[in-house]
Design a protein around this ligand. Structure first.
Ligand code: ZN
Ligand code: ZN
Length: 150
């Protein structure tokens, strides 16, 4: 499973928001938490993490979902498509929703998190699986290193 190579382009459902990414993904993830189930109106969210400075977002975005000092979710104001999140202040990373990218089908999740809240009919066979989240920044860095080494 090779890491897909940049650039990556994407858009929201209506096309008012356009995405362009110049860097390789840092990590791909599926999150089974209840928040993600509600946000996506489905069983889990799919995330492709990129360095923030490699991502260009064209068009207006609004925040939605649950807002906190360390977590912001961005949506298209017209079609209300969930586009990306910024998690952890000053982390320098953006959690792009894999589904808005044209390369979505090649962005195979490498890690699943929050399997504690997973719906019973979803089964994934991924290299890494966590009942909650990786418990430290070091653990996250190890996952990113593993992902880059594929
Ligand atoms: Zn839109
Ligand atoms: Zn989640």
């Amino acid at each position: 499973m090779a890491r897909p190579t940049p650039p990556f382009d994407g858009s929201c459902l209506c096309g008012a928001v356009q995405i362009h990414v110049t860097a390789a993904p840092l990590l791909t993830m599926a999150c089974h938490c209840r928040d993600c189930q509600k946000l996506t109106a489905s069983d889990y969210s799919l995330t492709t993490m990129f360095p923030k400075d490699s991502v260009t977002v064209t068009g207006e975005v609004i925040t939605g979902g649950l807002k906190s000092a360390t977590r912001r979710h961005y949506f298209c104001p017209n079609c209300l498509n969930f586009i990306y999140s910024e998690v952890g202040q000053g982390s320098g990373r953006i959690n792009m929703r894999s589904s808005v990218l044209e390369a979505a089908s090649a962005l195979t999740p490498f890690v699943e998190v929050m399997t504690e809240e997973k719906v019973p009919w979803v089964t994934m066979d991924l290299p890494h699986s966590f009942p909650r989240f990786p418990d430290s920044l070091e653990a996250l860095q190890t996952l990113m290193d593993d992902y880059a080494a594929q």
